[in-house]
Design a binder for this molecule. Structure first.
Ligand code: UDP
Length: 252
């Protein structure tokens, strides 16, 4: 397989074409960015950790009937994915108050929400990815009404699978961001699901943040933290598939 021609270069991942029709390689980079790119670092090992965590989560979601662009894990940092046309929306699901919800509405971080909520953000770096409502998205033709309903339903379904899964790993799923892509047969979960795109708090000590806030807020060693997240996730994933413990991706 050839992975020499970059198709798209993002902040944390790049996409490469392959010699297989409709299949791309999503390469996880070691770069960490926050605050719309204003904070930046290279953290060796982060890309491989996010590739492994995201691969496991996509496989577990598929087992639960939620399909995604995930095809296979090629090596430590490369994931084979189906080519999709990305919907320019970030779909955020929240279970607990944190981050921008806390600052925007003046709510205390850590308060459990009465029920999960779904927010939409318009993917536009030059505008700072503003939060928008469903009507904005529809009027701007970012997605159809039917697609918006489906995005919301799928996001809540993902939450229903991931919340108990992370709880078994002794982590609270506070919030997370999803992206979706269009295929000829409809919408598909895309991008990644990792501690870069999810808030995960230790269940016994919620002040112990086990996600990208470690980098955003200078709370410790991010690679060590993600390594612990992977260790906990593996114990849960191995209950579904014992191979998860032994089948670590390699670069051979
Ligand atoms: N998130 C993300 N990419 C973004 C913005 C947010 O993956 O560009 C994730 C973030 O990691 C968190 C959730 O979405 O899990 C909600 O983020 P929030 O709106 O609180 O923004 P933040 O405080 O991260 O700026």
């Amino acid at each position: 397989m050839s992975t020499t021609s970059p198709l798209y270069e993002g902040k944390a991942k790049s996409l490469y074409t392959t010699d297989r029709e409709g299949i791309l390689v999503q390469r996880f980079k070691d770069s960490a960015t926050a605050f719309n790119g204003r904070k930046f670092a290279t953290l060796p090992g982060k890309g491989a950790l996010n590739n492994r965590i995201s691969s496991i989560l996509f496989r577990l979601l598929r087992e639960s009937g939620i399909d995604s662009h995930y095809v296979d894990t090629r090596n430590t940092r490369d994931m084979g994915v189906r080519a999709v046309r990305i919907v320019p929306l970030e779909v955020v699901v929240r279970n607990v108050v944190a981050g921008s919800l806390s600052t925007r509405l003046g709510l205390d971080e850590g308060v459990a929400l009465r029920h999960p909520i779904v927010e939409l953000y318009y993917k536009r770096d030059d505008l700072g990815d503003p939060m928008i409502c469903m009507d904005h998205a529809a009027v701007m033709q970012l997605a159809t009404d039917a697609e918006l309903q489906q995005l919301k339903r799928m996001a809540l379904e993902v939450n229903d699978v991931l919340q108990p899964l992370w709880a078994s790993a002794e982590l609270t799923l506070v919030d997370f961001k999803l992206e979706f892509g269009r295929t000829d047969s409809g919408l598909l979960l895309a991008d990644e699901i990792s501690p870069d795109t999810s808030r995960l708090w230790d269940r016994t000590d919620p002040s112990r943040r086990m996600d990208k806030d470690v980098f955003r807020r200078d709370l410790g060693d991010l690679v060590e933290t993600y390594t612990e997240v992977l260790r906990r996730l593996l114990t849960v994933a191995a209950a579904h598939d014992p191979g998860e413990l032994t089948d670590a991706p390699s670069d051979r």
